[in-house]
Ligand binder design. Structure first.
Ligand code: UD1
Ligand code: CA
Length: 470
């Protein structure tokens, strides 16, 4: 996940990252664990893990509520899973990671509900922590509405940190403090374990990680608070409204980055691009375009208006009108739609033209082939330079199983042809309009009728010649 050659592995410097993800997320009112809710199409947990990886935290631990729950499942391939068996607070959650952290010298701790954190902020916090030999560091941010956050209390003289006060424990004066705890910390591990073990539970019975700040201050340890310049990085997600706010902020950020990378966006706010999608230079995204999931679009394409692409690979110089494409590959110079549907497992080769209402499923469409009008091509292997007429259908399903259709290079499929699979239409073969092809058609042959019969050079079908010969 880490961009190779850009960031050194921080575990060499003694770092392990801990993601707190064992909370019950009750404020979401959801059966799905909070950190698995998606922001810009990607689970928050994965966005946090991506940021950690990009900042060089190669050793990662996720604190989950259960070794076999959905959070553990989603995180297992990216991190070691530690289990906090009861949700007794963020400090308690960090202690649950102790064994998995092992002998690491220092830890970076991040709340799992911070999808907008950037690798830059994490890297800066960790670098300054070491450079200034801090024992405990954390990110703070100034927000317009601090409701729900821990407030940063500084003492009167200078700007010295005094502690973090959680919302429930604020008085009128602390409640008004606009500087809040972002939920990201770095700490020397040996100090942290003993500090957390010594913490008394808060009135609600939870052990607050944030109380460790007061411990550090009172014992004269070096504590650093680092202010985030961009408040959106600290957008947490406790509720569905905050989920929507995080999604909006992330999508704004993605649009900015696309434009910075040379992509034209027309009707900015109507274009939705998921996190992780890549788009090449000089591509234009027209209003109502949605690029979702694991999608990569090449250079100099024009997508939309109203196109929906999910899990797609699209080459260069393609034009894709208002169509829905999913789980497939489209090569260079392809022209699709409007109103096409390309379903998963399809490979559309270079310079293909798919016109209005063409549906393609699990099929290869060879280079330069034209399917100009409404039609269904399913489970088919279509060669190069084929022309498929309006209304042509591969009848791939016999009520029990799916069967394949093969169409050779240069074949001409007349309008309204039914190809009853399994069947092969040979290279250079032609089917007449309305043909119902029930048997293989040899290369270069012409067929006509229902069921289709071979027509010879004089224009007779096999059947009429047999009749005359009798
Ligand atoms: C926390 C901070 C608060 C800060 C805010 C920033 C504490 C006590 N408070 O509050 O100062 O301003 O984040 O977003 O830390 N979790 C566990 N086990 C638990 C409880 C929580 O793993 O027992 C996890 C949650 O899954 C979540 C993260 O810790 O990912 C933070 O918990 P959350 O309940 O969201 O804390 P806040 O109340 O938002
Ligand atoms: Ca939170």
């Amino acid at each position: 996940m880490r961009a190779t050659g850009t960031t050194p592995d921080r575990s060499a410097d003694g770092w392990t990252a801990i993601v707190l993800a064992a909370g019950r997320g009750t404020r979401m009112r959801s059966r799905t664990p909070k950190v698995l809710h998606a922001v810009a199409g990607r689970p928050m947990l994965h966005l946090v893990l991506d940021a950690l990886a990009a900042a060089g935290f190669d050793r990662r631990v996720i604190v989950a509520a259960d070794a076999d729950d959905d959070v553990a499942e989603a995180g297992r391939s990216h991190a070691t899973i530690a289990v906090q068996d009861a949700p007794l607070g963020t400090g308690h959650a960090v202690l649950a990671a102790r064994e998995a952290v092992g002998s690491a010298e220092r830890v970076l701790i991040v709340n799992g509900d911070l999808p907008l954190l950037t690798p830059g902020a994490l890297a800066t916090l960790a670098d300054a922590h070491c450079a200034e030999r801090a024992v405990l560091s954390f990110l703070t941010v100034e927000v317009d509405d601090p409701t729900g956050y821990g407030r940063i209390v500084r003492d009167g003289e200078g700007d010295r940190i005094a502690g973090i006060v959680e919302e429930a424990d604020t008085d009128e004066q602390t409640r008004a403090i606009p500087e809040v705890n972002a939920g990201v910390y770095t700490a020397e591990a040996a100090w942290l374990w003993s500090a957390l073990e010594a913490l008394a539970p808060a009135p609600n019975g939870e052990i607050y990680l944030t109380d460790a700040v007061r411990t550090a201050v009172s014992s004269g340890c070096r504590v650093r608070a680092q202010r985030l310049a961009d408040a959106t990085e600290a957008q947490q997600v406790n509720t569905r409204a905050e989920l929507a706010a995080a999604d909006t902020a992330m999508r704004d950020r993605i649009r900015e980055s696309l434009m910075a990378n040379g992509v034209t966006l027309v009707g900015l706010e109507t274009i939705y691009v998921d996190a992780g999608v890549e788009v090449g230079e000089d591509t234009t995204l027209l209003p109502g375009t949605h690029l979702m999931g694991d999608t990569v679009v090449g250079r100099e394409c024009e997508i939309g208006p109203n196109a929906v692409l999910r899990d797609m690979r699209v080459g260069d110089r393609c034009t894709i009108g208002g169509s829905t494409l999913e789980g497939s590959t489209v090569a260079d110079g392809v022209d699709i739609g409007a109103y096409c549907r390309v379903r998963p497992g399809s490979v559309i080769e270079a310079d293909v033209h798919l016109g209005t209402y063409a549906e393609v499923k699990a099929s290869r469409i060879g280079a330069r082939t034209q399917i100009g009008h409404f039609s269904y091509t399913g489970d088919a292997d279509v060669g190069e330079d084929v022309n498929i007429g309006a209304g042509a259908i591969t009848a791939n399903y016999d009520g029990t199983s799916k069967h394949r259709t093969e169409i050779g290079d240069g074949a001409f499929i007349g309008s309204d042809t039914m190809m009853i699979a399994p069947v092969r239409v040979g290279a250079g073969a032609r089917t007449a309009a309305g043909a119902v092809v029930t048997h293989d058609v040899p290369d270069g042959a012409q067929v006509i009728g229902a069921p289709a019969r071979i027509r010879d050079a004089e224009g007779d079908t096999t059947e009429s010649r047999q009749r005359e010969e009798q």
